[in-house]
Design a protein around this ligand. Sequence first.
Ligand code: HSE
Length: 431
Amino acid sequence: MRKISIGIIGFGNIGCGVVKILQQRKSLLAQKIGVDIVIKKICDKDISTKRDVTVDKSLLSRDVNEIINDPQIDIIVELIGGINPAKEFILAALKKGKHVVTANKALLAECGNELFSEAAERGKNIYFEASVGAGIPIIKSLKEGLVANKFSSIFGIVNGTSNYVLSQMSKEGCSFANAINQAKLKGFAEKDPTLDIEGIDSAHKLVLLTYLTYGRIVKMKDIFIEGISRISSSDIAYAKELGYEIKLLAIAKKEVDELEVRVHPTFLPVNHLLSSVDGVFNAIYVSSDLAGELMFYGPGAGQLPAASAVVSDIVDLTQDIKAGLFKPTLNSIQDSSIKSLRQIDEFENKYYIRISVVDKPGVLAKISGILAKFGISIASVTQKEKLKAQVVPVVMVTHEVKEKNLRSALKMIDRLGEIKEKSVAIRIEGV
Ligand code: HSE
C-alpha cells in the first residue's frame, strides 16, 4: 500500500486529537482510502509535557525545519494558531513542495490571499476544514456538495463562546457577566474572551465562508463587527416577549449587486432554525438557489471534532497526491453579479430599539418626531414599567430602515434631556 508521510506542527489539544485518530483508526482509514498515512514528525516548542496520547519519542522535535526540510514529508499539518510564525512555516513548506492542512482561521482571514496565491503558484493545496465549525463539514459542503449553487445568504452561529453566553442569558436569565464567568468555569471561554465576545473570531470565519460562497476574500476591515458585550438581560427578555432570540450572527448576504458582510447580535424569530442552536453548538444556515435552505449543525469546538476535520483534510490530500491533482483552494471564480461590498451606512434592516426615557408627557412624541424626520417607520412600540425612579424603557420595532438614518436618529434622540442612557439598537433578521 502506498505510504504518505505527514508532519504535524503543534502538539497541543487538536494535535493530540489528530495523532489519536490516526493511531486508532489507522487500519480503518487505510482500508477506506488505500493509503497508509504515516506520522513522520511532530514538532512543538514543548515536547516534554505529558500528553493524553502516547507517541514514540523519536517522532518528537523542537525544530520545525525537521519537517519543512524533509523531502519525504508530503503534507504539513499546522496546528499552532496565530499569525506568526504559522505563516512563515506554511510559506516555507509550500516552497518545499508540501501540501498544507491548517485549522488557523485568523491566519487565513488575515493572509489568505498571499497563502492561497503561493499555494496556487506551487501547484499545492491548502485545506482548512477545521477552521470553521470544527467537525461540521461546512467547507467541503460549500466547495463540493453545493458547487453548482449560487447563494443569496449565509448566516452562521460560528462562535461557541458567545452562543453559550447568550443561551445562558436567555435560558437561565443570568447577566452577561455571570454567563461569561460560567463559560470560563466550564472551560468554554478563554481567560481573555475578547476575540470571541467582540465578534472577531466570527469575522475570521466569515471571511472563509464568504470566500467559499462568493469567491472573494474580504478584508477584516471591510466587515462590520459588533460583539455581544452590550447585550443586557433586559434586551434578552424583551426579545422573548416580542417572539425573538438574540444570536451573534456572521452574515454574508447578497443585496441586488452588492455584498454585505457583517457580524453582530441579531434578533431572530424564535421559530427560525438558528434560534434553537444553544450552548457551545455552532450552525451555519445557507440559502442556495438549487439545494434550497440548509442548516449545518454540530459542536463548534473540541479536540475530537476539530481533529476529525483535520484528518478529513489529510485524507483528501492523500487522494489528491495519489491522483496527481491540484485543486485550487480558492473557489477563485467570483460571483460576477456582485459589483461591490455594501457600505455599512447603506445596510437596510428592521430594528429593535430600546430607549431609556424619563417618564413624562410629550417624550414619546419627541422621539417619534425624530424618527419620522429620518423616514423611520415604527412597526410596534411598548412602554415598559418603571425600572428606576422616573426612567422607563421604551421598546420599539421598526420597519426596514437605512443604517445611516437609524444612527442619525438615535444620535439626536440620545441628545434629548429626557434620555438617560445610550439607546440600544439591534438588527432583526429572518423575517
Ligand atoms: N473560540 C471558538 C469558539 C472556538 O468559542 O467557538 C474555536 O474556533
